[in-house]
Each structure stands twice: as structure tokens, then as C-alpha cells.
Design a binder for this molecule. Sequence first.
Ligand SMILES: Cc1cc2nc3c(=O)[nH]c(=O)nc-3n(C[C@H](O)[C@H](O)[C@H](O)COP(=O)(O)O)c2cc1C
Ligand code: SF4
Length: 705
Amino acid sequence: MTERSYNSLLSTGRIAGLELSNRVFLPAMDMNLCVEGEISDGEIAHYTARAAGGTAMVITGTGAVAWPVGATSRHQPAFSDDRFIPGIRRLADSVHAAGGRLCMQLCHHGKTASVDTADGRPQLVPSLLEGGADMSALRDNPMDELMRLATATHGKKATYKVADEDDLAWVVDQFAAAARRVKAAGVDAIEIHAAHGYLLSSFLSRTYNKRDDRWGGSIENRARLTCEVVRAVKATVGREYPVIVRVNGHEYGAADGLTAAETAEAAAMIQAAGADAIHVSANAHNPFADFTDGPLPNTVAAYREHTKTIKRAVTIPVVAVGRMLPEVADEMIAAGECDFVSMGRQLLADPDLVNKIRAGERRSVRPCINCYVCVEQNFFDGNPKCAVNPALCNEKVAVLTPIARAQHVVVIGGGPGGMEAARVAATRGAKVTLIEKGGRLGGTMWFSQLTTPANAMLVDWLTHEIERLDVDVLTNTVADVELVASLRPDVVIVATGARRGRPAIPGAEMPHVLTGDGLRAVITGDADADLGSIGGLGRVAVGVGRAIGLLNDADRIRRLSKVWMPVGRRVVVIGGGLVGLELAEYLAERGRLVTVLEEGKHLGLPMAMPRRWTAVRKAAEHGVTLVREATPVSISKVAVRYRVGGDEFEVRGDSVVIASEVCADTSFADQLAARGLNVKVVGDAANVGYIEGAMHSAHEVAREL
Ligand SMILES: Cc1cc2nc3c(=O)[nH]c(=O)nc-3n(C[C@H](O)[C@H](O)[C@H](O)COP(=O)(O)O)c2cc1C
Ligand code: SF4
């Protein structure tokens, strides 16, 4: 396959007087690694790694112009005093030495200034609003998470102050003073944050700004504060110094929120005030409901249309963001839809993206799988971690040192844990043999891509990497103790996954009750899975699918299963965790009447928060009946009986899927150890932790061999 050239994406660009080596930016993402506003070594390592990876410009996570006033965290960058300049200069020097450019994002957090609440100050707002956001999604957050959500506010309740003329003059001055410090520290550009519900964007939005003075009403009045800030900042930093303004191209979930057309009008005014570029993001009114629409969308190039609309209204460069992948980014730049792109989570997952595509190694880019694990930590005022990149916020583990002496590493299991362990060990120079009992790599992650298509990218990446690294892969091979011992391994890494059982209730063994493995057989025709339970017609259909190779292609399975699937019309899913919820939505989309019975109080617990909230909402929108605190009692041919509190209920079900009863399983590892082999266990076999747990534990074990 010939590599695409990405000519547009890799071409040089310019904003005001600043030359940029290509069109890729790292957008602002809080790492929360600052110490009382001071830039730390961790922050420097994070941004330097992305600059060294070829990113043209890195934008720091949002910093507070008047810190701690108007701040969202004590761990974000502070710009309120000259004493912060030396730390910022160290960051700028380091990014420059790595060949990149540095931009810092300046903000006043307005109605989300948690530090104001913690310190007993009111939050600054354009207007007082009646009623709060619908927070019912929080019912799926256990108490410890609810307490951690209140970390930044110290659990205090916010109070508000409607900004008066003096406050607004002070805000403008604070931005200008911060800009002076940032420029003095040798930073290359500034981004003014006028998006995501913070102070400037709350003035821009009709939803939050109900004023009838010169700061409210028409879009001209609502954009006045942003324009005044831009004017003051430009007057401070000068014509050639780039000032980018980040705006919401759309406000989701707000009936009278900003639209792209209105933002386009505002963008023209912001340009006239002196801005040098517009960065088009988006926001959601209620983070507990719509966070996966904005600011962290779950679809690729989610804000493309908004960006086009805004691009037509201005002549300065426009930056696009929102799950941008290199292909669509290149296409958009070539078509003149935008001038630069920001890749956020994708550059958290792989800081070296630009260098890799420049070197023709697109398939070696570690993909972001859109799982929201990173941003969940921000809700807790913590440091993001990445499910697929264990080096995020811990850059020292990014460098894989060669293994001291030649070693033969045998890995058992071709799921994410096994493949990651093989990849890391092979990168370090070990001879690696990977044994997989099925006919293809990916394990349960291959299956999960049916409900979560982004997981396919991780299967592809790991498969490509272990091929590239010459890992010896034995598929359709059952690893028994004798076989493994005969390979004379120095180390055996067991990544055989979790054990999926059945609840100990009457009827659980009946043929229409499918465990995870049985369901996998039904949907994918997995050669290694037991088809005994699915009945004659299903067996024939799956056999035909297998024979003609129809079931090796996840897209095709997704399409075909919309037409036919050997699963009854009424399905009861026992277990409302990650697998149960996603499966329920998948089945409901295919016309099944689905009930999810979850024994615990909360649904979707293994999912990172914003994704969990969205998954619960979407399942309900698809008509799935969700029952919390439901203990299954018995299963008959046509129904499942369950108990909630002291009462017993029955729900009809022609098929029952067990998505609970998942536990770690070291039995094979124990047998190998008993034979005297040096055994390590990773992934769900050691501890059920899904993709994140598998990738992290495998990386750790293989990097310490
Ligand atoms: C962990 C994390 C922290 C973020 N913090 C900020 C921030 O400080 N300022 C900001 O404007 N956007 C922030 N964002 C939003 C990103 O800049 C970006 O717009 C968003 O992630 C969508 O881009 P992506 O789909 O490429 O990730 C954050 C995103 C993530 C994942
Ligand atoms: S944690 Fe998940 S969403 Fe965040 S960057 Fe990593 S893979 Fe992407």
C-alpha cells in the first residue's frame, strides 16, 4: 500500500509573524501538573515530548490570568504575577529546543472558577440564571467519585457575582497583564479562551448572558468583552505577535445557545479587534448530558461544518478541532475549509504523530480510542492518564531501553495485553513468540469493536506493530504447559484474559442463555467459541458466514446483524457494566427489546465518566429498560425473574446474555509456574481492567523485563 503524502497537513504555515513547520497543533489540555500555578518539570516533559514529536505548536492547558482568582484549579498555569515568568521561560526554552513553538492559553473561568468557590469568593458571571443543569446522570457515580468531583471546590457551594463595569475593566487589564508576562517569558503565541463556558464565552452566549446593557443583547454587545480583551492584548504584545481566539462553533443542548452562524458574526468582529486566528471548538450546556458532543466529541471531524461556516466569515487563519485524524485534516486543509488543525486526544495517545506520518509510518501512529479515560481525571482535578499510552503524565516511561541480554519471551494470548506486552518486549530487543488460540488477533477487543468501532484502530495498530517488529505469531494454537516449556522461554507473559461464568441461579445453563463467549460466537462466528447453545438455524447461518469469510470483517458484521442475528426479539442482559450497556445499545439498534439488570447501584461503572453518562442516556433513548439494584433469581425459557429490594419481578426474554460474572483467572499461569517457568500475568487474567488495565499492566511488565 503506498503511503499518502499528507502534503497539506505537513506544509508550512504562518499566523501573524510566526512561521510554523506544519499545520498540526496540540490544543490546550489541562495536565494539572503545575504546583500552585508554577510550571513543573512534569508539564515541561509533557509539552516537550509533543514538540519533539513534530507538532508545529503546542498550546498549554488553560491558565488563569488572575490566578487564583477566576481559576479552575491550583494546578493550572498562573499568569498573575511576574514570579511565574521564570517557570514559563523554562517551558518555552525546552519546547524551542525540541524544535516546536509554544502558545499559552489565557482564561478567566467565570462560572466554573472552582478555586473562587473553594476560597469563598463568588464566581464572576454575566447574569444570574434560574435553575441548574439536570444532574440526574450523577446517579451512576458512587459516593467516592462524587466526593472526588468536589475536590477543586472543597465541596463548597458556588456563589455568583454579576460582573459590573469595574469588574469587566479589571478582567480586560488582567488579560493584558498576563499577555505581557507570557510574551516576556519567550512564548511564541497566545490563545484567548472564549469557549467552553468560561467567562468570555458566557458573555458571548445568549444562554448565559441575559444583560440589557452594552455587554448583552445583540451579538455585537455579547462579543464586546472578547473584543476588548483582544484589543488590550494586541496593544500589549504588538502587531506581529500571534493572538488566537478560541470560540464555540456551537453550543449543544442549549435551545438559545450559540450557532455557527452567530459565532461567524462574532468571529468577524474578533478579527476586526485584532485577532490573528480563530480556533473553532464547541461546548455543551450540560456536561453531565452532552460532554461527548462538546467540547470532547465522539465523532471524527465533529465540528467540520461549523468550521466551514466560520472560515467563510474571516480572512485570518482558522484552526479546526474535534477528533481530527490526519486524513480528514489533510483533506480539510487542502479544500480550504481550515488552515490548521488541533489534535487533542490523538496527541495524548501518540506524541510522535507528525514525525511518523512525515516518515511514511502512518500505521505506526498509536490511535486514540475515544474512551474518555484521560478527561475523567480533570473532573477530579487530577492528572489525565491515557488508556493506550502509559507515558501520559509520566514521560519517563516513554523511552524503552534495550534489554540487557538476549531473552526469549513467550506471550500467551493475543488480546490487547498480550499484543502490547509483545510489542514492548520486541521493541526492547527480545525474541518474542505470541501464541493465540483463536484464528485472529485482538481477543475480546476485536469483538468490542462491533459496539465501539474506535477499538478497531487499536487492534490494527497493535497487529501492525508486532508484525513490523517480527514477533513470531502462532494463531489457532492452544498453549498447554508442554508446548510452552518446549519453547524454552526466559519469561512467559500470560495474557489469557478473564473468566466469564454464569450466575449460580436456576436456568443459567439453558441453551438460550449466552455468556460473553457464546454471544461472540453468535455475532462473529468465532471458530474457537462454542456454538452449542445457539440452536440449529443459528448454527447453520454462522457456519455459512464462517465458510465464506463474511464474519471476519467487523463493519460487515455490523451491517449484516442489522438484517439478521440469531438472537431472540426480547433480550435480557444480566450485568450493566461496560460490556452490558454497550451490548444493550447494539441489540436495541437492531430492533431487540432489551432489558438490562444490574445488581449494583450504578450503571456503566468501568466506563470513564462522560462516556458512562452518554452510554446510559443513549441506551435509554434506544428504548432499553435499565434496572439498577436488580438481583437475578431464576431464568426460564421465556423470562427472567429478579429481585429489587424485597420485591420480585419478571421480565420476558427469549435470549439472555450474561455480561456479569467476569473475574481474573490465573489458573494457566499457576500451572506454568508449577512447572518452574518464570511467569508474569497481565491484563484481565491478573486483574479485570479492560483495555486500559491491559495496556498499562502489559507495558509495565514488558518494560521491566
Ligand atoms: C484532558 C483534556 C483536557 C482539556 N483541557 C482543555 C483546556 O484546558 N482548554 C481548552 O480549551 N480545551 C481543553 N480540552 C479540549 C481540547 O482542547 C480539545 O478541544 C478536545 O479534546 C477535542 O479535540 P480532540 O477530539 O482532538 O481531543 C481538553 C481536552 C482533554 C482531553
Ligand atoms: S485516554 Fe482514551 S480518549 Fe483519552 S487520549 Fe487516551 S485513548 Fe484517547
